[in-house]
Design a protein around this ligand. Sequence first.
Ligand SMILES: Nc1ncnc2c1ncn2[C@@H]1O[C@H](COP(=O)(O)OP(=O)(O)O)[C@@H](O)[C@H]1O
Ligand SMILES: [Mg+2]
Length: 152
Amino acid sequence: MTSLVFDLADEDATAALAAKVAGWLRAGDMLALRGDLGAGKSAFCRALIRHLADDPAEEVPSPTFTLVQQYDHLSPPLWHFDLYRLTDPAEVVELGWEEAVQDCALVEWPDRLGPLMPPDRLDIDITITGPDSRRATLTGRGKWAARLAEVA
Ligand SMILES: Nc1ncnc2c1ncn2[C@@H]1O[C@H](COP(=O)(O)OP(=O)(O)O)[C@@H](O)[C@H]1O
Ligand SMILES: [Mg+2]
C-alpha cells in the first residue's frame, strides 16, 4: 500500500493540492476525507470545487446541516457530503448516495457510511501540524491504489 504525504505550509498549499487532485477525478470516483474538526476537509473540498468550476467565487456552502450539496454543472458532476450528523447509513441512500457514487463523491466523516463505504476510493487524511500548516496523507484503496501511483 502506497501513501503520499504532503506537508502543506498554508491554506494556499492545501488549495494547490486540491487543484491537483481535481485533475485526477473521473465519473465514479470517491474521495474520503478524514481529520479533526478544523483540519481543513471543507477547505480542501471548497478549493477542489472552485478549481473544477474554474471560478474562484463559486459558492461552496458547507453541507454541515444539509449533509449534501450537489454541483451538477461540474464535470464530473460532484456531490459534497458532510456526514458528521448522519445517524444511520440508510439515511445517505435517501440523500441520493447511489447516484452520487456514479458521479463523483467528496465525503467528510466517511466512516459514517458503515457498510456503504466503497472499497475503491482515495483516502485523504489531514492532520493539524501548526496554526496554518497541515499534513495530508493520500492513500489509494482498491482500484485507486494503482491509479494513485499512476497519476501522482
Ligand atoms: N493549511 C491549511 N489548510 C486548510 N485549512 C487551513 C490551513 N491553515 C489554516 N486553515 C484554516 O483551518 C480551518 C479549516 O476549517 P474546515 O475546512 O472547515 O475544517 P474541517 O472541514 O476539517 O472541519 C479554516 O478556518 C482554514 O482557514
Ligand atoms: Mg468540514
